[in-house]
Write a protein that binds this ligand. Sequence first.
Ligand code: CO
Length: 224
Amino acid sequence: MESIYKALLDGNRKWVQERLEHDPEYFNNLAKAQRPEVLWIGCADSRVPANQITGTNPGDIFVHRNIANLVVHTDMNMLSVLDYAVNILEVKHVIVCGHYGCGGVFAAMQNQQFGIIDNWLRVIKDVYRLHAEELDAITDMEKRFDRFVELNVIEQVLDLSKTSIIQNSWNRRNYPAIHGWVVSLKTGLIKDLNVSLGSSDSLPDIYRVSVNSQPRVHSVANTQ
Ligand code: CO
């Protein structure tokens, strides 16, 4: 334990040194501001770090990660990251990136209890229920698992589009585009699921938020 702990700090110093050798102004420039064009919502799994697998650098991607890359509408952490990325940083793309072999998705296919995490994984079980017909028809369990991972990402993209944060931004500036990707741990390659959305046109009516129905804080205050 001691050695990995020390290795992290050594690794940091080595990384800083390499960066400075390449560009003496690297950290001075990095410290000025961040202007990422992408928000990444990925799995917390240690094997799928956003920057490394996309060949990008610090400053390029605003990142939120949780177990099984979920968009849970009561998750204040996710909502805060999404709001900041969309309304302050004004990112152009939001990418939900899952991965094949996701332990969270696999656990959600089982009936075994794992503890507190069961409450988090229950959201993925809802995805299974929505697509039970398609998933149950896949007899090869590995293929069924792979498809479940993909459907989970697709549902999280839809869940993003249901938020007032995304819909208000679409109404105001036609951004961000939201996308669903899955990365293979076996090849390292990312598969674009081609489920990108840039407007609420295809969204079922029940999920649409009216532009005029935002809370009118001042009028409430005036009635008191
Ligand atoms: Co995972």
